[in-house]
Every structure is written in structure tokens, then in C-alpha cells.
Design a protein around this ligand. Structure first.
Ligand code: NAP
Length: 314
């Protein structure tokens, strides 16, 4: 992460390097083991607002054309989805139509809590693979630390679920395994209960929500920190300081937010259902936000969540 961070803080890349990055639009970061990780991903929305349990301000929905456009025209290769989003099968069609080869893609999906537990986890993984039309996942995440299983503690359920995740990794069905929305307390418990340290922790990360202690903790344990909601579901795009920085750099507020995540060494997965915005969100490798301005953005953290707040989950 430190090496990546330093690289991205260098002055704007040369046009040749930029062309290369624009073409591939993703930057590979080595994870532990033989897997690779795309820095800039495409996050897929739930199929409809109704499917979104958080009741937050998701707009739009799944757009087949946007996914195909992202894959064919923008060079996006990292796709983040989840069983919960209800679009794994639709995604299979979009990938097929795009013509992009499976081995060139990074596909993440997530285990929903209704499938937690040792037995269910393997079954759920196989079902996700089937819906996606793939025979392995690049990354499989436990979606949320709360287990909702009566008579069992969350810790107990997370531990047995993780044991199944470790087996999926060992069998090669999942090239990497991780968690989502886990705080230090959850990761500390899992540390005592697991053999394999999670490769990734996917957590909310945007200018209003910058959990630096958790980022530092993950880095100290070699866990890749992946930030979701980099635009704070659009809330960050109307903030006066971000608009001002966008004007200063001749960029859009979305590009400022995405670039800021990247310069902080965070893997980021902006989502849009609109082709032109996906294109815009990818154009973040040809400028650098100065240190002083990164500090302004860093200082905007006010602790608000636009998604879930896992802090009450034991
Ligand atoms: N791992 C987890 O537990 C977890 C939790 C919560 C949410 N998530 C995921 O986060 C995803 C939703 O992401 P998000 O909406 O919160 O992400 P976001 O990337 O912070 O914001 C996306 C919003 O910004 C808009 N947008 C995107 N690019 C834009 C641009 N260039 N200019 C103006 N507006 C732009 C999109 O609208 P348009 O589509 O109209 O462009 C959409 O309303 C969901 O799919 C959900 O799965 C994950």
C-alpha cells in the first residue's frame, strides 16, 4: 500500500504512461498469494431500490448497457457484486456480451448473512458462481459482521463461516477471501479464530468517512483496504470544498473524490449506471491532488455513514 501510495503521489504521469493507464484503467496491486487486485473497480447496484435493505439514497439500478460499456469501452476489469444485489445472473449476460475473457476479469461477490455457517457458505459460493457463469471467484467476501442466527453468537458464526471460506480458498474456488464492514474488534476476534488472515476488508470510505485507524490496522496486518461509496452516494459531490477543488483542478467533484481515495492508497469502486459517468470516473490517472489539498479532504471526515454503521455489531 505504501509503495502504491507513493507512486500515485508522483506528479501527473507522462502521456505515454497515461495512455497505458487509460487503456487498462486499472492498476494492479499484488496481494498475498498469486492473486492480483484492480485498484479502480465497477460496483454494481442492487436491481432496484426496493432490494436495498439500508434504505439509503441509491438511485437508478442495474444497467446492462452501462456494464457492457464499462467493460468494452472503459477498460474496466474489476467488477464488484453480491448475492444481495440480485444481479449476478444479469452480470453473466453482460460479461458474455462484452467479449472480455474471464481470465482478464476480477470478479468479487459476497456472502449474504442468510447463508452464513459452515455448511451454507460453500453452497452459497457455488450458487453465486453458477449465477455469474464462472468456475472461480477472484474474491469472496463475508458481507457484514452481524450473523442473525438465533442461539449462536456472531463471533461463533463468523468463525465457522470463515472456516468454510478458508476451504474455498484452499480448493481454488476463491482466489482470495475477505470480509466487509469489519471493524478492528471483529478482525481481532477473527484473528484468534482463523488460520488465514482475510485478504481484503471492504469498508465505507469517502471524505466524510475516513476510518484511518482501521486503514492503519488493515495495513499493519497486510489486509487490503477497499473503500466503497467513494462519492458518499453522491452526497460529497455537492460539498462546497469539493466543488472548489474540482474547479481548481479543472476536474469534476466525482473525479476529485476518486482520485483522493486512490492517492490515499485505497482500492476504490465508484458506481454509476450511466456510461458517460463511468467514463468520467475512470479519468483520474492524469492529475495529482497536491498534499495540502489532500489534507483538506482528509480533514472533512465527520464520521457520518451513508451506508451501514457496523459499530454496534459485537
Ligand atoms: N460492501 C457493503 O457492505 C456495501 C454497503 C453499501 C453499499 N455498497 C455498495 O455501494 C453501491 C452503491 O454505491 P454507492 O451508490 O453508494 O456509490 P457511490 O459510488 O458513492 O455513489 C454512486 C452515486 O453517485 C452517482 N454518480 C456516480 N458517478 C457520478 C458522477 N461522475 N457524477 C455525478 N454523480 C455520479 C450515481 O448515480 P448514477 O448511477 O445515476 O450515475 C449514484 O447515485 C451499491 O451497489 C452497494 O452494493 C456496499
Amino acid at each position: 500500500s505504501r509503495r502504491l501510495s507513493l507512486l500515485l503521489r508522483r506528479p501527473a504521469l507522462s502521456s505515454a504512461a497515461l495512455a497505458l493507464l487509460q487503456r487498462f484503467i486499472y492498476y494492479w496491486v499484488n496481494l498475498r498469494g498469486p492473486v492480483k487486485w484492480a485498484l479502480l473497480g465497477l460496483l454494481l447496484l442492487p436491481r432496484s431500490e426496493a432490494s436495498c435493505r439500508t434504505g439509503t439514497s441509491h438511485q437508478g439500478g442495474y444497467s446492462h448497457d452501462a456494464v457492457v460499456h464499462a467493460l468494452q469501452k472503459c477498460g474496466i476489469r474489476h467488477i464488484d457484486t453480491a448475492k444481495r444485489y440480485g444481479c449476478e445472473s444479469l452480470l453473466q449476460k453482460a460479461i458474455k456480451e462484452s467479449g472480455v475473457k474471464r481470465e482478464d476479469l476480477w470478479i468479487t461477490t459476497k456472502l449474504w448473512h442468510s447463508d452464513y455457517g459452515y455448511e451454507n457458505t460453500t453452497k452459497a459460493c457455488l450458487e453465486s458462481c453458477e449465477r455469474l457463469g464462472v468456475d472461480y471467484l477472484d474474491l469472496y467476501l463475508i458481507h457484514w459482521p452481524d450473523a442473525h442466527i438465533p442461539g449462536k453468537s456472531n463471533r461463533e458464526v463468523r468463525a465457522e463461516t470463515w472456516r468454510a471460506m478458508e476451504e474455498l480458498y484452499e480448493k481454488g474456488l476463491c482466489r482470495s477471501i475477505g470480509v466487509s464492514n469489519f471493524l478492528i474488534s471483529h478482525l481481532e476476534q477473527l484473528k484468534e479464530d482463523c488460520v488465514i488472515t482475510p485478504h481484503v476488508n471492504q469498508v465505507e470510505y469517502h471524505p466524510f468517512q475516513r476510518p484511518q485507524e482501521l486503514v492503519d490496522y488493515c495495513r499493519s496486518r497486510d489486509i487490503v483496504f477497499e473503500g466503497y461509496c467513494p462519492l458518499a452516494k453522491g452526497e460529497a459531490l455537492t460539498h462546497p470544498s469539493i466543488i472548489q477543488l474540482a474547479k481548481k483542478y479543472g476536474r469534476t467533484p466525482a473525479q476529485i473524490c476518486i482520485r483522493w481515495s486512490i492517492q490515499n492508497g485505497i482500492v476504490t469502486i465508484p458506481k454509476s449506471t450511466k456510461a458517460e459517468r463511468i467514463q468520467e470516473n475512470c479519468k483520474v490517472f492524469d492529475f495529482t491532488i497536491a498534499e495540502d489539498d489532500v489534507e483538506i479532504l482528509n480533514g472533512m471526515h465527520d464520521g457520518r455513514h451513508v451506508s451501514w454503521d457496523p459499530s454496534l455489531i459485537v
